[in-house]
Write a protein that binds this ligand. Structure first.
Ligand SMILES: Nc1nc2c(ncn2[C@@H]2O[C@H](COP(=O)(O)OP(=O)(O)OP(=O)(O)O)[C@@H](O)[C@H]2O)c(=O)[nH]1
Ligand SMILES: [Mg+2]
Length: 311
């Protein structure tokens, strides 16, 4: 277990290497640099944070807090700001108590996001995780747009030992969800996970389809806890923030899954999403394997972001 934890942490450290180079080495130069904590210091800090994809508004919020703390505690040393910043980021990204309450209840998870971000993979990983915890899991293949989509989900259902409800390519996604909801009711399923399409004929279609799916779930499974997770590719930077804004308009997003953090991820985006849109990052993907999904821990994430190179 310890071994596994260590392996995971070093992968996260490796995945965040790009951000660390862009942001943290810049920050360390700044914190170790000569001079007082003055306006130039804050301006440079702002630049480094924005360049690390933290977003303009998040950066402003972080700086405001920092200025206040520095003033209140009469800090003079630049170096002492490093700890303050780390603490600030951890608090800003902390999830609150009930982030994973849905796992212990009868719940419906809807995975949404643009194409290729990792929705189907995440559906499979989540199904496997919950199955291992003894839950009964039903996967719904509501991506009927792509020919290979059902096959892909079928394979994941098999690997995760979860059940599957799907239809042929070209079928009605909301009808698949309808069938899945009724199967879940009939079988007393603990958790229903719906995989959706990332692309339809156009964006408007996609959004309308999601609305329809939402209505079906509300109507068919009113007693289940609703969890809508937006899947975002951790390597896309500011564009992910834009995607989150768009999906937030039509779905009640309860969390984010940030995938591909094992690649050359832009870690700052996790901070920006949480701080600007108030949507917590709940899970992170750190590989293509079935066990490569973890709950998000702000402390661990920020530590990985700020890890020294020898870590
Ligand atoms: N390295 C890495 N690859 C991932 C991760 N999550 C998903 N992938 C890969 O990303 C690619 C796309 O994943 P899918 O799960 O098919 O993405 P999707 O959102 O379902 O895509 P569409 O169905 O086309 O909308 C696949 O090659 C996955 O193996 C991750 O955390 N790390
Ligand atoms: Mg898919």
């Amino acid at each position: 277990m310890e071994e596994e934890k260590k392996g995971f942490f070093s992968r996260l450290v490796a995945g965040l290497e790009k951000t660390r180079h862009a942001v943290v080495s810049g920050l360390d130069d700044l914190f170790n640099g000569p001079g007082e904590i003055d306006d130039t210091f804050y301006e440079e800090l702002e630049e480094v944070l924005i360049s690390g994809d933290m977003g303009v508004r998040t950066t402003e919020m972080i700086l405001e807090d920092l200025r206040e703390q520095v003033k209140a505690e009469h800090r003079k040393e630049r170096a002492s700001c490093r700890e303050l910043l780390i603490q600030n980021l951890k608090e800003r990204m902390d999830l609150g108590e009930n982030a994973y309450a849905f796992e212990q209840k009868k719940s419906v998870l809807l995975l949404v996001g643009v194409n290729g971000v990792g929705k189907t993979t995440t559906a499979g990983k989540l199904a496997s995780k919950l199955r291992k915890e003894g839950k009964s899991v039903l996967l719904a293949g509501a991506d009927t747009f792509r020919a290979a989509a059902v096959e892909q989900l079928k394979e994941w259902a098999f690997r995760a030992s979860a059940e599957l409800v799907s239809s042929k390519e070209g079928g009605d996604p909301a009808a698949v969800v309808f069938d899945a909801c009724n199967a879940a009711k009939a079988r007393n399923t603990d958790i229903l996970i719906c995989d959706t399409a990332g692309r339809l004929h156009n964006k408007k279609n996609l959004m309308e389809e999601l609305k329809k799916i939402n209505r079906v779930i509300d109507r068919e499974l009113p007693g289940y806890v609703r969890e809508t997770l937006l899947v975002l590719d951790g390597t896309t930077g500011q564009n992910a923030l834009e995607q989150a804004r768009e999906f937030k308009e039509i779905c009640e997003l309860s969390g984010i899954v940030l995938t591909k953090l094992d690649g050359s991820a832009k870690g700052g985006i996790a901070v920006a999403i949480q701080a600007e849109l108030q949507i917590p990052v709940k899970f992170i993907g750190i590989g293509e394997g079935i066990d490569d999904l973890r709950r998000f821990h702000s402390g661990e994430f920020v530590d990985a972001l700020f890890a020294k190179e020898e870590a």
